[in-house]
Design a protein. Sequence first.
Length: 306
Amino acid sequence: MKFLKLIRYQNLLMLAFMQLIFRYGFFKIQNVPLALTDWQYLLLVLSTVLLAAGGYIINNIFDQDTDNSNNPNSVIVGKSISENQAYNLYGIFTVTGVVIGFYLSNVIQKPGFASLFILIAAALYLYASSLKQMMLIGNIIVALLLSFSVLIIGFFDLYPAIGIDNPQQMRIFFSILLDYAIFAFMINLLREIVKDIEDIHGDYNQGMNTFPIAIGKSKTAKIVCVLSLIPLSFILYYINKYLIEVVFVTVYLLVFVVGPLLFFTIKIWTATSKKEFHNLSSLLKLILFFGILSVVVISLNIKYNA
């Protein structure tokens, strides 16, 4: 159980869920031509999960002092697992993830794509060692990495399958992936800032320069409130432009995504306690979950009501 906390298995499950849902809950249902076989796609999921797990481990290694201040009961490195063991696990997970990436890049005959896995591993290390201490930069990096875990599906499964007879179709599916990647980026960026508000005291004691430390909890919460209007507007525009006539999908998005996001926008304005910010961070995770799940709802509606 301690090891599972070290790699934050719930977040890894969410990552794997996102990637699996796009292939088996969307592309397969729509009979989209794909480049990878099922087991090769599972390797792609495994690779990104291993890299993410490595990122969590190295982050825990560098965050020992901060975690002892913010969440002493959740500290693993230095207590249940030695720092050397943690470094060994980080190396195994990261190297294995990159090696799988090299293999898949050669499978699709795009060896240059292997550099994507190296860049992801490097970005995760730089984030843990230095970037997370830079105001907003670390938040943006984490949000971008999550959104890239959606886009990488397009690079490895859609792009190599483009032929002379389907470029327009594949362009549409890639644009849908991009829309979901943007959604994931916006929601996760909000969540990262909210988590910084939640952890403000421990981060301050460690000399970090997060956004809440720089301008205060209250002002940051107000800014997050305003920023949350961007994904809210984005979703409402998307519904109005593409889905307004698809009643079931519209209702799903309004109930499970727009409603909770509107609730978040209202509550973050007045939130003050650590518990409130923790609950709002968890709410954003649920919004992301139901937002990604909407691709299945849309896909099934297209299949059975086309």
